[in-house]
Each structure stands twice: as C-alpha cells, then as structure tokens.
Design a protein around this ligand. Structure first.
Ligand code: PMP
Length: 359
C-alpha cells in the first residue's frame, strides 16, 4: 500500500503512536473495563485523565500559576463571540487583521460592542504582519486581538507587540505547541484542537485569572470562563474523548523533548519546502519571508492550469489534502508537529519531479 502523508489543515495528522495507543486502550482503559468514551466525566478515571492532560500542557508551555486552563467546546469560531462576552465589559476592543481567520474574528465580535481595526494587511493580500509601530492601539481597549498563525494565508507572528498593559488575546489554533511561547505576555490564548492538539470538538482556553471578572451577565454558563474555571471545565459534559486524545498528544510531545525540540524539527521541515519553492520559478509563495508560517505553507503553480494534474498526481503518490483553502485557491501544505520530515521530503521530491515533467 502507498504510504500516506496527510497535509490537511485540520482535522489533521496525529502521531501514529498516539493512535496506536488509543487503539490499544479503546475497549479497556487501564483495566477499568470500559472505553474512555463510556466513562462518567466525574468519575475518578476520567478525572485523572483530565488532570494529567492539564498538568502536561502546563509543563509543555510553562503556563504560570495565575493562568487557568479551560477545556471547552464550540471551537475557535465560537470563541470569536465568547471572547467579547467575557472581556468587553462596556469597553471597546482592538483587532489586528492579518488573514482570513482574524477577519472572521472581527465580523463575529462586532455584534457585542465597539470593535476597532488597529491594523490590517488586507490591502496587501495578507502577505505580512503590519509593523507593530503602525498599529493604532487604544490604551482604554478591553483587549487587543490577533491570530498568531493564519492557517489559510500562511502568515505567522514571531514577536509579541507592546500593548501597554492592554491584554493580548491570541488565536493560536494552528500553531500552538509548535514553538515555545511566553504565556505571561498574553491575557488569553485559545485554539481549536484539531491541528496540533487532537481531535475536533475541543477548544483550549488559557486565561489570566484577573480577566475572569468582567464577563457580561448574558454569557451562557458553558461559555462563561469564570464559571468553567471554578468547575474544572465541567459545568457541562466536556468533550471527554477529545481531551483524552489531547492528553496522549501532550505525553507524546513531552517524550519528543517538548516544544523546544519540536520547534527545531518544525524549522527544518518548513525550510525544506520554502527553500525549494524559492529557488524555482515553477512554484511560488507570496508571503514576506519574515512572516512565513512554519505550519501552513501555501504555494502556487505559476501555470494554474496544471493545478488539477498536480493534485491528482500527488494523490496517486499518497500526498493528500494539498488543495489550498477554497477562498484563496492554489496549494497548501500543512505540516503540523505530527507530520514527519519524511512527509515533507516526499512532497518536495514529488514537486521537483512534477516541475521536471511539466517545464
Ligand atoms: N482560527 C484559526 C486560526 C483556524 O485555523 C480555524 C480553523 N481552521 C479557526 C479559527 C476556526 O476553528 P473552528 O472551525 O474549530 O471553530
């Protein structure tokens, strides 16, 4: 059988050893006689799974003690509304637009209050992050929101801007755990799980404790961060199986040497692909090099009439899900933590061959 490499932007590839472990534990988790899917979320077995997942995540990201970790549902799009409900408190908020996902965040937040666009790269087709010095930040804003890795456009933040005490709210859905971060520089970090963490259905929210006091009374209990923080994310039934798999991914990542070690590998993987795309005229990547994502690499063929043939032949080689997002077209290779370097090597080898056969 052809070896498959899955370049999907999410739900995405998971470490094989994690899937094998889940398979081995499927019918009988640690002698409990049942699957994790069948367990009471309040029982001692699942409580131990949740507590270990949180402890491992805290270790991986060195999350300070004054931050709560919430395991919620609704995904990152739900958070677009949940964030203003929890934080606006009659104030305005500043949003920076660097791609499709932060643009979507603005649209969803607008229903809840005054949303100002502090900076936007839309006029340049989202090919960079606007210089921090040019951001029009309001010192009275409740928060500053941006997306640290734009999954569709392939734009990634490297640095954290100075916001003069205004909390930063960061959508890290598509690169969380791919590199070390200084959590203390953020007010809220959130992300859907289905890229670097585990299956869809789980949304992580890491929130500084002092920000738990300003939620609108209209915030539904399941989306009320303080209520969830006080109830171990169990005001409702949490997505138990997704949390279990996320926990296995955290264990896997620790065994790899943590985010420092995986970052090195992620740099090497991204370099392989960008270096090749940059040295040929057959393909190109439009993003300014300083802001190129290590996780989501869009590339285009100069001759777009070859797109279908490219995808078909790639698919026949087991290189799957390379089609760019429907809103932008072209190609995109998502190379999350769990994508082995062999997958990127196989992709580059195919791209070279395709170029040779079609030039
Ligand atoms: N933000 C980013 C950066 C994303 O990549 C995605 C999903 N691709 C979302 C938000 C939306 O996530 P969900 O569909 O899980 O709500």
């Amino acid at each position: 059988m052809t070896k498959i490499y899955n370049f999907s932007a999410g739900p995405a590839v998971l470490p094989k050893s994690v899937l094998e472990r889940a398979q081995a534990e499927m019918l009988d988790w640690h002698g409990s006689g049942m699957s994790v899917m069948e367990m009471s979320h309040r029982g001692k077995e699942f409580t131990s799974i949740l507590e270990k997942a949180e402890a491992d995540l805290r270790q991986l990201l060195a999350i300070p003690a004054n931050y709560k970790v919430l395991f919620l549902q609704g995904g990152a799009i739900a958070e677009n509304a949940i964030i203003p409900m929890n934080l606006l408190n009659g104030k305005s908020a500043d949003y920076v637009v660097t791609g499709s996902w932060s643009k979507r965040s603005v649209k969803d937040a607008k229903a809840y209050g005054q949303i100002n666009i502090a900076a936007s790269a839309e006029a340049e087709d989202f090919t960079h992050v606007p210089a921090f010095a040019d951001w029009q930040l309001n010192r009275d804003a409740a928060y500053v929101h941006y997306c640290t890795n734009e999954t569709i456009n392939g734009v990634e933040f490297v640095d954290v801007p100075e916001t003069h005490g205004v909390p930063i709210v960061a959508d890290m859905s598509s690169h969380i755990l791919s590199r070390p971060i200084d959590v203390s520089k953020y007010g809220v970090i959130y992300g859907g799980a289905q890229k670097n963490i585990g299956p869809a259905g789980l949304c992580l929210v890491i929130v500084r404790e002092d920000l738990l006091e300003q939620a609108s009374p209209l915030t539904p209990a399941v989306f009320h961060w303080k209520t969830q923080a006080e109830n171990q994310s169990m005001i409702n039934t949490p997505p138990t199986y997704s949390i279990y798999i996320a926990g296995l991914v955290f264990e896997w990542l620790l065994a790899q040497g943590g985010v420092e070690a995986i970052e090195k590998l992620n740099i090497a993987k991204a370099r392989l692909l960008y270096d090749y795309v940059d040295q040929t005229d057959f393909y190109y990547n439009p993003i300014q090099p300083a802001y190129r994502s290590r996780m989501n690499i869009p590339f285009r063929l100069r001759d777009e009439s070859l797109n279908d043939a490219f995808l078909k032949q790639a698919g026949a080689r087991g290189l799957l899900q390379l089609k760019g997002h429907r809103s932008v077209g072209g190609m995109r290779a998502s190379i999350y933590n769990a994508m082995p370097i062999e997958g990127v090597q196989a992709l580059v080898a195919f791209m070279q061959e395709f170029e040779k056969n079609n030039s």
